[in-house]
Design a protein around this ligand. Structure first.
Ligand SMILES: NC(=O)c1ccc[n+]([C@@H]2O[C@H](COP(=O)([O-])OP(=O)(O)OC[C@H]3O[C@@H](n4cnc5c(N)ncnc54)[C@H](O)[C@@H]3O)[C@@H](O)[C@H]2O)c1
Length: 373
């Protein structure tokens, strides 16, 4: 089957820059995360924001209040926006359940799309998104930003230079002690597809998977538990008073994935867990010659008859959050205007979604291993 990746590569060489050399960009979903996109876009003059759409009129008012959105028209129905506006590219920032319909509608309207993570609710939706991109001959990028982190890039270089040897095992952590989002619909499985694993685990799975060369997942096993999020919180925490009455997702998901090349990945992700402190963003890679720790940007290896920890003396991490949103939107515009390769494309988004889907399918069967196709 032809893929969005091939579509991207094929089309990126023939895509012509918009006449004004500016990308006419529209948003679908102008909630919390769109603020980080808007901050980044302030640094990226190649974009012109022409429209925004949110089903909540108050979000449209908030959006219009930004200096870079003053000339943008706003809508509450994305189909109407896509019909009326002249748009080159769409930035999808809705809850997960709207990613596929909004992305497919935008691609069918002839727009390139950058869609927030996770790519969608399940692999079937991801495949439909890739097919729509292929059919339209448009670019589809998934908004994973941690692949641009200097620590991820350091690990990629270490693997390429053979410093870690053959990769055997990866441990991925996205653990909050108490961090159920108290906004949006993050606790509602029907609208999000799941809880912490699909919401935050997805980031660390993707950046680790990217670092180890994107091997094909073939099997998964996992377990999920809900024991706190569906009850009123009795302790002080960073995001108190979440909507426990509509909470239908897991608090904690733990599992493992096998890849075609034999690598094993263990993953743990939580909105709630009794542990000493958050280990929200970390992964470790273990190889035959060395290991790597993302959070500490450190290589563990043997040298001079000694076990040595080699920590990066300098990495340009800076204000990571802002910078990585700039990176991903810069990558998207470069692909549109210059034909350079996309960061996380539809194929990578689908592979990550298959991992998460495998973990959830296994958990629904009590933890037995399930095949990933
Ligand atoms: N990349 C990151 O680090 C990161 C961080 C946070 C959230 N996200 C992702 O961004 C997405 C949105 O998260 P958020 O925190 O902004 O949530 P949010 O609830 O604050 O915002 C979502 C917005 O989408 C709007 N919306 C819902 N259905 C719509 C529709 N049919 N048409 C138009 N608008 C619609 C809602 O009204 C809301 O304003 C999620 O998929 C989430 O996983 C990514």
């Amino acid at each position: 089957m032809a893929t969005a990746k091939t579509a991207s590569k094929k089309k990126s060489s023939v895509i012509t820059a918009p006449k004004s050399n500016k990308i006419r960009l529209a948003f679908i979903g102008t909630g919390g995360i769109s603020a980080s996109h808007l901050d980044a876009l302030r640094q990226l003059p190649q974009y012109e924001i022409v429209a925004g759409c949110d089903i909540k009129p108050e979000r449209n008012t908030w959006f219009k209040a930004h200096d870079i959105c003053q000339n943008a028209n706003t809508y509450t129905d994305f189909n109407e926006m896509l019909k009326k506006e002249k748009i080159d590219a769409v930035d999808v920032c809705t809850p997960n359940g709207v990613h596929a319909p909004a992305t497919i509608a935008a691609l069918n309207a002839g727009c390139h799309v950058i869609c927030e993570k996770p790519m969608a609710m399940n692999p079937k939706e991801c495949e439909a998104m890739c097919a729509a991109a292929e059919k339209a001959g448009k670019l589809l990028e998934i908004g994973f930003q941690w692949r641009y982190h200097p620590s991820t890039l350091m690990c990629m270089r270490a693997i390429k230079e053979g410093v870690l040897g053959d990769i055997l095992y990866v441990k991925v952590h996205a653990m909050r002690r108490r961090g159920v989002p108290n906004w949006g619909v993050f606790g509602q499985k029907a609208l999000q597809g799941g809880g912490p694993m699909i919401d935050i685990g997805v980031h660390q799975i993707e950046s680790a998977h990217c670092a180890i060369g994107q091997p094909k997942p073939v099997a998964a096993s996992g377990k999920t538990w809900t024991f706190l999020g569906d009850k009123p919180s009795k302790v002080v925490s960073m995001w108190p008073n979440w909507d426990y009455k509509t909470y239908t997702v897991e608090d904690l998901c733990v599992g493992q994935v096998r890849f075609e090349n034999g690598i094993l990945m263990q993953i743990e992700s939580a909105f709630c867990s009794h542990l000493e402190e958050n280990e929200y963003l970390n992964w470790e890679v273990m190889g035959t010659k060395g290991g790597f720790n993302f959070r500490d940007n450190t290589i563990y290896h043997d040298m001079a008859g000694t076990m040595v920890n080699s920590k990066a003396a300098y990495l340009p991490i800076g204000n990571a959050w802002d910078q990585f949103f700039i990176n991903k939107l810069q990558n998207f515009s470069d692909a549109i205007l210059k034909g350079t390769p996309l960061g996380a494309d539809g194929q990578e988004g689908t592979a990550v979604q298959k991992i998460i889907d495998g973990l959830y399918r296994s958990a629904a069967k009590g933890g037995v291993e399930v095949a990933i196709k």
